[in-house]
Design a protein around this ligand. Structure first.
Ligand code: SF4
Ligand code: SF4
Length: 494
């Protein structure tokens, strides 16, 4: 039997108890399913790091943070979003992997929407979309002998609140930016979300019951308690870290060191694993491991049931961390290596290989002073009034072609030119967020790269990404010429 209900407006702090209630109801062998609407909150994925995924400066003042049991990306949730929370006995899908469970539920939900005249398809790894625009997302985790499924259905989207809450990958807050971001969503509620919901809920229930070959019946919603929410701590201090973008989300590895061994490791990200303890168990298995054996140790202990990433991604993440540690030693100031990121398209080059291959220096226009007439132009006469001039000097004295990237299309063009000129790698200066969000440009170019992070006001802290792509960002980011000099000097020795 599939017993289902609609939950009237739920206080965000009652959500953990609601999850417990759904699981408890299903423990007798039935499927338990509820459609719930929460008051405004940041709904954190089980493995996500709130400091990396949420804009804490806004969220801490305005919204409760609720951690859900399923992994995946963190969400801004309000009354426009319906959360479908379902628990089913593992015996109903005994051999399904996490990916297969999510595909099954996502496909059933998309088909149910289509039956109601709302076009939708399931898009791997976990979205329900229409023509590339998001209508919802599906998350799942195995809890003992049950599968907990949580799906977000977007009936209406408050783009401004969503963008103030979630850090990536979102566009800016100007009118045009909001419009562009809004176009990435296809809310299913139309002008009458309640009427649409009343049609869709039973359709989803019927389709899911058919798929699981069980009968469906309505049930009263469970009584839930409003509880105090635990404070969401950010990352504890670490000695070295690395990140890796995968189709399943961005993975982060933070390590505290004891000499050349791991004292403590932490693996987080907006990713999905079959079991709640998967990443914690992996991190614990790394305690005491020597850095030169870290990648092998990760392969040996990595979870085998994950969505959109695998043990080789986790192993490579470990290698990136070790590479950063080695670079930190060579730079003399280990913390500085945290501001240098390696990008190897085939994952076969470390810092030393890339440094030896660097054939160009790319700088962002945003690090030039707002008053400089060269800010929106390629080039710099090295007038001596800013760090970009120093960067030009450092590049030119090594015979490296130096380019100021003035807009996103310009970056594409320059990368194509570098590749055509036979250059295998470049040294780029940009903010980490740009690299994470716009990695497609680098993937397409197929060039290796070392990126030095910029500081100060980036257009991500100011939420002005889109004007930055158009080359109109007015605040100034800070480029560290000393770090650039030290990285270039390492290359000189090759
Ligand atoms: S050094 Fe170059 S970029 Fe900096 S202010 Fe002078 S001309 Fe402008
Ligand atoms: S995204 Fe913005 S802050 Fe980052 S490098 Fe580009 S222009 Fe600068």
């Amino acid at each position: 039997m599939l017993c289902w209900h609609e939950m009237p407006q739920l206080d965000p702090s009652a959500f953990p108890d609601y999850e417990r209630a759904i699981l408890a109801r299903a423990s007798m062998g039935d499927v338990s399913l509820g459609f719930a609407r929460l008051g405004p909150c940041a709904l954190l994925g089980a493995f996500d790091d709130p400091d990396r995924s949420l804009r804490r400066s806004f969220v801490d003042k305005h919204l409760p943070i609720v951690r859900r049991r399923t992994g995946g990306g963190s969400l801004y949730v309000d009354a426009g979003t319906t959360l479908m929370v379902a628990a089913l006995p593992r015996a109903l899908a005994p051999r399904h992997t996490l990916t297969e469970i999510i595909v099954m539920v996502g496909t059933v939900m998309a088909e149910a929407l289509c039956h109601q005249g709302i076009p939708a398809t399931f898009t791997a790894p976990n979205d329900i979309t229409e023509d590339g625009r998001k209508r919802g997302s599906v998350f799942a985790v195995v809890v003992d002998d049950q599968i907990l499924i949580e799906a977000a259905l977007l009936f209406a989207v408050d783009i401004e609140s969503l963008m103030k809450t979630i850090k990536l990958p979102l566009e800016k807050l100007s009118g045009a930016g909001l419009l562009a971001a809004a176009q990435r969503f296809a809310p299913i509620g139309g002008t009458e979300p309640s009427a649409v919901a009343a049609r869709i809920y039973p359709e989803i229930v019927t389709a899911l019951a058919m798929r699981l070959t069980v009968d469906a019946a309505p049930q009263a919603p469970p009584a839930v308690r409003i509880g105090p929410l635990p404070t969401c701590q950010g990352a504890p201090p670490h000695d070295v870290s690395a990140f890796l973008k995968t189709p399943g989300g961005v993975l982060y590895l933070d390590i505290r060191l004891d000499g050349k061994r791991v004292r403590a490791a932490r693996i987080v990200g907006g990713v999905q694993c079959a079991r709640a303890t998967d990443l914690e168990r992996l991190a614990n298995a790394l305690t005491g491991v020597r850095l030169d054996e870290l990648e092998t140790a990760v392969w040996a202990a990595a979870p085998d049931d994950t969505l959109g990433f695998d043990r080789y991604d986790l192993g490579y993440l470990a290698r990136l961390c070790v590479e950063r540690h080695v670079l930190g030693g060579r730079l003399g100031i280990p913390r500085d290596a945290e501001r240098v990121t390696l990008y190897s398209p085939r994952r076969d080059q470390g810092f030393a290989d890339l440094l030896a291959d660097v054939g160009a220096l790319l700088l962002p226009y945003c690090a030039k002073p707002a008053w400089c007439k060269w800010r929106h132009r390629d080039g710099c006469p090295e007038c001596g009034q800013c760090a970009v001039g120093e960067a030009y000097r450092l590049g030119r004295e090594r015979g490296l072609p130096v380019t100021t990237i003035t807009r996103y299309e310009h970056l594409h063009m320059v990368l194509a030119q570098l590749r055509a000129a036979g250059i295998r790698a470049f040294l780029g200066v940009c903010c980490t967020e740009f690299f994470l969000k716009r990695d497609q440009a680098f993937i397409e170019a197929g060039l290796g790269a070392l990126f030095i992070d910029i500081g100060g006001d980036t257009c991500y802290t100011l939420r002005a990404e889109e004007s930055a792509y158009l080359g109109q960002f007015t605040a100034e980011a800070t480029l560290d010429p000393l770090l650039l000099d030290r990285v270039l000097r390492l290359g000189d020795t090759h």
